[in-house]
Ligand binder design. Structure first.
Ligand code: PGA
Length: 249
């Protein structure tokens, strides 16, 4: 389904989980979701993208890749390009996830060039930003996030091809969700920062929260001002849990 920036987005990041047998999980999920009032996206590992695209082709589920290289092709052992994701049938890509930044380096020109390349290949980008605990404890988190946004949002971005995901590193996979106040304050900050970006003159992109979202806390998180959806890791692996999050919107 085409991305609609006016709808809530529920995205599942499978990280390095899932083998071919996981197709059964996707089939069960597709049978449960029959709603058109949300963008529902799964990001399986690269090896499963083509299979999942095939299985989900006439459903409400969209498929994306978890990262892409900033170049189209070349001698970049272990990398996948945006055009390869497009070729496999993906419609979305996650850019700058903190786990990918930690693995492949934090170079900001690299991140923004991934965004350009993804847009050239007609992929909708979910650009991740998030501070670690030391940045937050020094009280520098607002400036840190503003810089990350400047270094990742490309001139080709607009609200139809870009979402931002705020994922505080200390909340990812820890069960330690950010507090309602922390989420509210940072999403307001991101919203205000993006208003000054020329490419969002026609309207701001969706801002997702990510970090230990589960069926118990999803409804409350989704009701916070400026939270337009969630990026879910662990709880997206099980079709029942993920569907509960979808239903809680
Ligand atoms: P988590 O992961 O829900 O397991 O914390 C979120 C993410 O890294 O996108």
């Amino acid at each position: 389904m085409k991305f609609n920036p006016d709808l809530i987005t529920i995205a599942g990041n499978w990280k390095m989980n899932g083998h071919k047998a996981a197709a059964a999980e996707i089939e069960k999920l597709i049978n449960l979701i029959n709603e058109t009032d949300a963008n529902i996206i799964l990001f399986p590992p690269f090896t499963l993208i083509s299979d999942f695209v095939e299985i989900s082709k006439s459903s409400y589920l969209s498929i994306g890749g978890q990262d892409c290289h900033h170049k189209d092709s070349g001698a970049f052992t272990s990398s996948i390009s945006a055009s390869m994701l497009r070729d496999a049938g993906a419609d979305y890509v996650i850019i700058g996830h903190s786990e990918a930044r930690a693995l492949h380096g934090n170079d900001s020109s690299n991140v923004i060039n991934k965004t350009y390349n993804a847009h050239e290949n007609n992929l909708v980008t979910i650009i991740c930003v998030g501070e670690d605990l030391s940045v937050r404890s020094e009280g520098k988190h607002y400036d840190f996030i503003s810089k990350q946004l400047e270094n990742a949002v490309a001139r080709t971005s607009n609200r139809n091809n870009t979402l931002i995901a705020y994922e505080p590193i200390w909340a990812i996979g820890t069960g330690d969700t950010a507090s309602i106040e922390d989420i509210q304050d940072m999403h307001a900050h991101i919203n205000n920062t993006l208003k000054d970006f020329d490419m969002f003159k026609k309207g701001n992109p969706s801002i997702l929260y990510g970090g230990s979202v589960n069926p118990k806390n999803a409804a409350q998180i989704l009701s916070i001002n400026n939270v337009n959806g969630v990026l879910v890791g662990g709880s997206s692996l099980d079709h029942i849990e993920f569907n509960e999050i979808i239903k809680s919107k």
